[in-house]
Design a protein around this ligand. Structure first.
Ligand SMILES: [Zn+2]
Length: 300
């Protein structure tokens, strides 16, 4: 069996431009379709105050339309991460936007959206990153709260697993092994230092297999999916005419997803994350396990 591996180290959250909380400087408007619903939405991002956190507001729903971006609100992890409030109002495929917010150290932001799913853009987080970069970010008058992992936490399911371990900074190791020659052949070792999120991770696109497309669509998934917003892996070749953006784009995208899912902790994590053939479901179980015992973590 071929094994694909990627080792990421040293995403240094302690060495940011500032350890203050951040928000965006000006509103940002984004229009696009959802990967799974195919529904076109407008999403507006607004600056927010200290300790506001990250909140989604469903503008197409009049009451109880606020959904906090927190691990405890995750309600579905089938192929994407969905969060819901207590009234069942939800927003799906939040992970790429969450990843961009994590990568750019945005702590506080209000996200208004007039439909059920965050736009997929080009299948990566680079459009979100570029738009936020263009608008620029501002530091706020309070320090960031950092979630320090104190104990080893591991969640397994068959041959997949995720782990968090105490560490001096946020580090990631990730390993994938898909039953496809085109994916499983890749192997990579990279080190990320502060600021490399944009260059090494943000443009890695989501991916799927040509053989799965009909089944996904018959289950109401990937209705907005196309070669414009996903890498599609055929039996013998990548179907996108421009090919891959990175030789190991698949595992980089899994890192992108994990960074987004882990940001649902509600704070940047100081710890060492190890992902092995894992995805949204295990990422959420890991956070649930972390928060199940106050001895597992502390805020610094
Ligand atoms: Zn993804």
């Amino acid at each position: 069996m071929l094994i694909s591996a990627l080792f990421f180290k040293m995403i240094d959250i302690s060495n940011t431009s500032s350890n203050q909380q951040h928000t965006i400087c000006k509103p940002i408007s984004i229009r696009g379709i959802g990967l799974h619903t195919g529904i076109e939405v407008t999403m507006n991002l607004y600056p927010a105050k200290v300790d506001y956190g990250i909140k989604f507001i469903r503008k197409d729903i009049k009451k109880n339309n606020v959904i906090e971006a927190l691990w405890s609100n995750v309600s579905n992890t089938k192929l994407s991460t969905t969060i819901s409030n207590q009234n069942g109002t939800s927003v799906s495929t939040i992970e790429h936007l969450m990843s961009a917010l994590s990568g750019l150290h945005i702590d506080n932001i209000k996200i208004e959206i007039d439909g059920p799913e965050v736009p997929i853009m080009d299948g990566s987080s680079i459009k979100f990153v570029d738009l936020i970069d263009q608008t620029s970010t501002q530091s706020l008058n309070k320090r960031r709260k950092i979630l320090k992992v104190l104990k080893n936490i591991k969640v397994e399911n068959k041959d997949s697993s995720v782990e968090l371990k105490p560490n001096k900074q946020f580090s990631i190791d990730f390993e994938i092994d898909f039953p496809s020659k085109l994916v499983s052949k890749q192997s990579c070792h990279l080190q990320l230092v502060n600021g490399n999120y944009k260059t090494d991770i943000a443009s890695a696109r989501t991916f799927g297999f040509e053989r799965d497309v009909d089944i996904l669509r018959s289950n109401g998934l990937a209705l907005g999916g196309s070669l414009d917003n996903a890498v599609v892996v055929g039996e013998s070749k990548i179907l996108n005419s421009d090919g891959l953006r990175f030789k190991d784009e698949f595992v980089r995208h899994k890192i992108l997803d994990s960074i987004g899912d882990l940001y649902l902790a509600g704070a940047p994590i100081q710890g060492y994350f190890l992902g092995n053939k894992s995805g949204h479901h295990l990422n959420n179980l890991l956070l649930r396990s972390l928060f199940s015992d106050k001895n597992n973590y502390e805020y610094i």
